[in-house]
Design a protein around this ligand. Sequence first.
Ligand code: CP
Ligand code: NVA
Length: 320
Amino acid sequence: MGIVANKVTLEQQLAGRDFLTLADYNKEEIGYLLELAAHVKQQKQSGNIEQPLKGKTLGMIFEKSSTRTRVSFEAGIYQLGGTGLFLKSDDIQIGRGELISDTAKVLSGYLDGIMIRTYSQKDVEALAKHASIPVINGLTDTYHPCQVLADMQTIQEVKGGLKGIKVAYIGDGNNMAHSLMLGGATMGMNISIAAPEGYQPDEAITEKAMSLAGVEGCKVEVTDNPEQAVQQADVIYTDVWASMGQESEQTLREKKFADYQVNKELCSLAKKDAVIMHCLPAHRGEEVTADIIDGEQSVIFQQAENRLHAQKALMTALMG
Ligand code: CP
Ligand code: NVA
């Protein structure tokens, strides 16, 4: 009701904005994006598609690999009436050292929005600072906000809401953990991260998430004990132990994270109707066993599909 009443204000508030981290978005703004995502999904399913981005172009810069992000953004902008340009960083001058600030200014003259997947969050911030069009973070080493937007849409669908829902995230305190903590706390969810010493989430981000949780009356906690984290969990979430760029640490990480596998035994300690989530790509037999990720309680493909709907909502709001 509050969100509907403020629809025009929220539309104005979001138009032209960057989407670099969920920490920049308040509860009403995220709530609005999720409502729009549900609407966009329903429209696609009924075959009645609006094209609010007719004639608009999204540039998509990739410095890391991708299946879901690339395809869902490219299909999404096309479905909205626009065009997506895949820009592999090696193929554009950024790969040969052209300044991000120059690239941002040049691309702003051609495009209506930029999605970027890269290593450093600072590079995404620099791009946004110098671009006059919206910049969307398609994953950095620090954050993956588009994924968490789709995750929250999925949790709303399967659990009927977000407030008071407990998510236990088991594994590396990485980009996924950071965005889940920030987005979850903003929406009143309880987020429990279980990660081994040395691999826990960034302290400043954890503090920020805890202070957001304080405002919403929910809880963000970090522990090294997965059994404790999954107590009363509605959602069990995991991600790879070695993220993109950490391939050389694979063997070391397999040892460090050996006690952090999401398997039948661990899941039996959560609520009976807990769902299993994973941003994908997954490594069966490492962070999650095949019986769990392919089992009845897994919602991973619904979650992956929602990348399309959530990002169509995001592009509509920012670039429309
Ligand atoms: N979850 C996710 O972002 O997948 P991709 O790396 O395939 O884009
Ligand atoms: N943490 C993973 C997420 C992939 C979508 C990575 O950064 O590789």
